[in-house]
Design a protein around this ligand. Structure first.
Ligand code: BMA
Length: 844
């Protein structure tokens, strides 16, 4: 049987300073090792990040020794490196056996000739920061948004060079396992093709396996088993290939639409005497994922259908889980995917400035039913296209495709993040340029995204979906909202449109949009201030954890346009999170509503997570503490929900550019639209509301719906409720009714839907905007604790954004609006103490 000896215990040292040294377990990197040796303070605390920048300019040496018996006659001995970050020279017993310059590439080196009874393995890591700067000096500046400019020359996770939500730690080290493999013959590759019939009733499965070396007297066994374990007899077996026909296969679905059955494959290679030489297992799911781009009145759709069901994708963008990747464990990945599932997210986009995610990320998505959009690892830059660079990219992409292709969760590959935007906005690239000219143009990488990568996907994973970039599509990749996917950054930056306008600036698929906010108060107190005694959100220590440029101009604008400001820490955190949560709710609710006509096929919030404790667009902070927006999105994405929204005549103040943008025009050709600015105090109060039901299930839902109009000041109903029975059609939205909102006093409009037993399934509350014009005295909020974990909540007057702040509690819901005449129940799993909370306007 093949043996795999993990080489885990290593020593490390600075290449020139012998005192800077220690021992470690790999996978690791130099920052983690220096931290463990107490040679540096925690770079995540206070302003320590700035004091640890010297690390990236040095060369670091990692060594280990291992024993090995003599090499047998037919035996192979390989050293396998799953990943070296990044410029590595590897010597075995003093002889160079490998040079590597791409952290995404794994290496297998035949070391039969080098092996001795006792062996010394040494890896010298060059300074990726210095090398990137040298390459820049040699080859010239290239356009890049975010990070040190030399990064585009280096095949290393781009966020290591700093981003607008994360620090620059250009680290190095053996970031993935290294092992010695000894074998006579090993299973090298398993390739599975699943051809699911159009009616989804039959799957033809072909499993191809290769062994290395291939010896004629050895034989290969391929086994396919049903999810429950029963082995499926093959129809045909020949050499390294077996084919199967499965009638009525158990289909894999995203969690929003069904189960996640996984078929199991085992491939074994045996010697002529029948002894097992090597064995490999893999799981696969049987499903069909389609990207539907059919003509619409304007442009074309862009949505996913899974097993024939059109599904609105609601989810998030994933950046790497940590500045220091070796710290990511299968358990952390599991918890993150659980968070996504509990948050009703059915798709996660792995952003191109990070990595081709870990196997355990995809394993969890397979098990828990989350679809994945994986970018190739390019982001916000003008990447080289010379031969050496391209060869490295080819190898990296081939390995990534082969490693990830069997995961049913992997829905689509995309060429890059925003490189078309860089090319179109920054390099004036003309998209109509003929292909022969691309290589010589400023956008040579276009060949990578439109030829090389799609060809590799076709070769190694022919049924996979590929999209050239994110965003991409339409006449202009940046501004065309009628085709392809779009990144909508005109609310929290750019033009700073009021967030109430999110539904108006729609696109066929919104793969990025977001709003800045603070992490939890605990995260801030633990990580932001360090030894500083200035605990203000405007202190230097606090601002060191904000990487977004001009963040005040964006965050304060959005907060101040809508909420009464406070710079007292707890209030400031609450207000920033409420701004984000309100904004995200407008977006998710509004765009999901547009799935009826397939005008919008999905919304992925920027961003799910953080790489360190930060003020950022994340909806869950580095320490896995969900922000308010996380819950708002979860509500907007419930399988069956109701929505109510009002359109005020002028709401909030318009301006020429805003209105033009919302109407899909430039401000110059916007004549005819009301474009003058009107002060908030003048807008007429009367407005119209409309109510709808969103139903993502495949069945029509018969629901009782009630609309109520409640005075914010009095808590009394100002008009009789409207009651209706609604037949909400499947996989879309049903418009229910609309009308004038009362103008006697400021009211909330409440839409509630009830299931067959009269149980409240979902409710939505629409508030007059902006919220800063409202006051909330005397709400008479009652939070009753039943047993240990159940909270029963009621109020005599409408309450906005009730947020329970106890730490370490898993809330079934949070950041809720409470209205008279309702009793809300929230379960706080792990709640041990008295609940603590905030709501908007508390105390005034
Ligand atoms: C998008 C992303 C990231 C960036 C984010 C926030 O452009 O692709 O590059 O962090 O916006 O600015």
């Amino acid at each position: 049987m093949a043996s795999k000896q993990a080489l885990t215990s290593w020593s490390w040292r600075d290449s020139v300073d012998p005192d800077l040294a220690g021992s470690t377990e790999i996978p690791t990197n130099i920052h983690l090792d220096l931290l463990a040796a107490k040679a540096i303070p925690d770079p995540f605390v206070g302003r320590n990040e700035a004091d640890t920048q010297w690390i990236h300019s040095k060369m670091w040496v990692y060594t280990t020794t291992f024993e090995a018996s003599a090499v047998g006659q037919d035996e192979r001995v390989d050293l396998v490196f799953d990943g070296l970050d990044t410029f590595a020279t590897v010597k075995l017993n003093g002889e160079e056996i490998l040079k590597s310059d791409n952290m995404f590439i794994a290496h297998r080196v035949d070391v039969r000739k080098h092996i001795r009874p006792t062996n010394e393995l040494e890896i010298v890591f060059g300074s990726a920061y210095n090398i990137s700067e040298e390459l820049r000096a040699q080859k010239g500046d290239r356009l890049c948004w975010n990070g040190h400019y030399g990064r585009v020359y280096v095949r290393k996770a781009q966020y290591h060079f700093g981003w607008d939500w994360g620090p620059s730690f250009v680290t190095c080290g053996p970031w993935k396992p290294i092992r010695l493999e000894r074998y006579i013959s090993r299973v090298e590759e398993i390739k599975v093709d699943i051809d699911l019939s159009a009616g989804l009733t039959e799957a033809a499965v072909t499993i191809d396996a290769t062994v290395e070396p291939s010896i004629p007297s050895h034989y290969l066994e391929i086994e396919l088993a049903e999810p429950a374990g029963r082995v499926i007899p093959p129809q045909k077996t020949q050499g390294g290939s077996s084919s199967y026909r499965i009638e009525n296969p158990e289909l894999w679905y995203p969690h929003s639409h069904g189960k996640q059955p996984l078929y199991q494959i085992q491939v074994t290679v045996r010697s002529d005497k029948g002894e097992i030489l090597d064995s490999k297992t893999q799981t696969v799911g049987i499903r069909q994922v389609e990207l539907i781009q059919s003509p619409l009145k304007e442009g074309s759709s862009f949505y996913f259908a899974c097993n024939g069901i059109p599904i609105f994708m609601g989810g998030s963008n994933w950046i790497p889980g940590d500045s220091f990747l070796p710290r990511m464990t299968p358990d952390r990945y599991k918890r993150w995917i659980e968070l996504a599932v509990r948050g009703n997210q059915n798709m996660i986009r792995i952003w191109g400035g990070g990595i081709y995610e870990d196997d355990s990320f995809f394993d969890e998505c397979d098990r828990q039913g989350v679809l994945v959009w994986q970018d190739f690892c390019f982001a916000c830059g003008q990447y080289p296209s010379d031969e050496e660079f391209i060869n490295s990219v080819r190898e990296e992409a081939t390995q990534a495709i082969k490693r990830l292709r069997s995961h049913p969760s992997l829905a689509i590959w995309a060429g890059n993040n925003e490189d078309y935007q860089v090319a179109n906005e920054g390099l004036n690239h003309d998209m109509t340029m003929p292909e022969e000219k691309w290589a010589e143009s400023t956008f040579g990488a276009r060949l990578t995204y439109e030829r090389i990568l799609p060809d590799l996907v076709k070769e190694h994973s022919p049924r996979a979906l590929y999209w050239p970039g994110s965003p991409f599509g339409g006449v202009d990749n940046n501004t065309d909202r009628t085709a392809g996917d779009a990144h909508i950054w005109n609310v929290s930056s750019g033009m700073l449109l009021p967030y109430q306008r999110y539904p108006d600036v729609t696109a066929r698929f919104v793969s990025e949009f977001g709003m800045l906010s603070c992490p939890s108060v605990t995260t801030i107190k633990e990580s932001f201030f360090g030894d500083s005694d200035d605990l203000s959100p405007q202190s230097k220590a606090f601002e060191s954890h904000i990487k977004a440029n001009s963040y005040e101009k964006r965050m304060f604008t959005c907060m101040g346009e809508n909420l009464r400001m406070s710079f007292e820490l707890e209030a400031y955190v609450y207000l920033s999170q409420l701004t984000q949560s309100e904004a995200m709710y407008y977006a998710f609710r509004g765009w999901r509503r547009q799935f009826q006509g397939r005008e919008c096929g999905g919304a992925l919030v920027w961003q799910m997570n953080d790489t360190w404790p930060a003020v950022s667009w994340a909806i869950v902070d580095y320490f896995e503490r969900p922000k308010m927006a996380y819950y708002a999105i979860a509500r907007a994405m419930r399988p069956v929900t109701t929505g109510v929204s009002r359109k005020m005549k002028i709401n909030p103040k318009p301006n020429a550019q805003h209105e033009a943008l919302c109407n899909g025009k430039t401000s110059r050709d916007s004549a005819g639209i009301v474009t003058h600015s009107t002060p908030h105090i003048y807008p007429p109060r009367e407005s119209t509301y409309s109510v709808w039901v969103a139903n993502s299930t495949t069945e029509t839902q018969t629901l009782k719906l009630r609309i109520r109009f409640v005075g914010i000041k009095t808590g009394l109903e100002v008009r009789s409720p409207i009651e209706k029975t609604v037949e909400a059609g499947p996989t879309g939205t049903t418009e229910v009714t609309s009308g004038e909102t009362p103008d006697e006093e400021l009211t909330v409009v409440i839409s509630e839907i009830f299931g067959s037993e009269g149980k409240l399934l979902s409710h939505d509350v629409d508030w007059p905007q902006p919220l800063k014009h409202l006051t909330f005295p005397d709400r008479q909020l009652v939070v009753e604790v039943r047993g240990q974990e159940e909270l029963v909540i009621s109020a005599s007057k409408p309450v906005k954004g009730l947020f329970f702040t106890n730490d370490g509690v898993q809330w079934s819901d949070n950041c809720v609006d409470v209205v008279p005449g309702q009793e809300l129940t929230i379960i706080g799993k792990g709640l041990k103490e008295k609940p603590t909370w905030w709501y908007y306007g508390m105390g005034n």
